[in-house]
Write a protein that binds this ligand. Structure first.
Ligand SMILES: C[S@@+](CC[C@H](N)C(=O)[O-])C[C@H]1O[C@@H](n2cnc3c(N)ncnc32)[C@H](O)[C@@H]1O
Length: 192
């Protein structure tokens, strides 16, 4: 959990040059397999950071993508990397747990993605309620998160993994739950 407002925690990290695990070929192939072609349908990347996943959804898979992040520096980085050709994703600086969902460009999304973010959200159940409100019927919620116990006992990064109870909260109440493992990470494709 973060003990401060999310933006207060994340903004100094992004502004100070902190960066996070890049998408690799294996993870990209899992996205392709579980999300499929966008065909101009709307997608939302929650906690988009510098926007790499949102750009992939938009430019390579063909979703009409919005990326939101609570850190102004992250959103500025994402915006600065839109090199075209053609319009890139829409970027918004917003807190997904507290800001009005009505302010988003679309009322519902065929795909919602959440990569390396779920572990940091204090009220996971409330977040999942918001995701369900935004997910279109038949849509997919794609979550990539570290799982507890995957690292060696001695690493100081042990705490990055979600607990079995947090995984249970994530996967409860969906009609379809598919998973794929990527070393310390697990990918979830959840359908209402
Ligand atoms: C570990 S980084 C991952 C960034 C990106 N998803 C990636 O995979 O590279 C977590 C991101 O979630 C964002 N974040 C955390 N809590 C948030 C919230 N409540 N609303 C919006 N963004 C949030 C942070 O600002 C940060 O950019």
């Amino acid at each position: 959990m973060t003990t401060t407002a999310p933006a207060s925690y994340w903004e100094p990290l992004w502004a100070g040059g902190r960066r996070y695990r890049q998408l690799d070929g294996h993870e990209k192939r899992l996205m392709d397999k579980h999300l499929g072609p966008g065909r101009e349908r709307p997608a939302l990347d929650v906690g988009c950071g510098d926007g790499a996943l949102a750009r992939r959804l938009h430019h390579e898979l063909g979703y009409r993508t919005t990326g939101i992040d609570c850190s102004p520096s992250a959103v500025a980085l994402a915006t600065a990397q839109d090199a075209g050709p053609g319009p890139g994703p829409v970027w918004r600086c917003a807190d997904v747990t507290t800001d009005a969902l009505e302010a988003l460009p679309e009322p519902a999304y065929a795909v919602i993605t959440c990569r390396l973010v779920y572990r940091w959200l204090d009220d996971k159940a409330a977040f999942l309620t918001r995701v369900r409100q935004l997910l279109a019927p038949g849509g997919t919620f794609w979550v990539v998160t570290e799982i507890a116990g995957r690292r060696k006992d001695t690493t100081p990064l042990q705490g990055l993994g979600i607990s079995p109870a947090e995984a249970e909260t994530l996967t409860s109440g969906w009609s379809s739950v598919r998973t794929a493992d990527l070393d310390v990470l697990r990918c979830y494709a959840l359908r209402p």
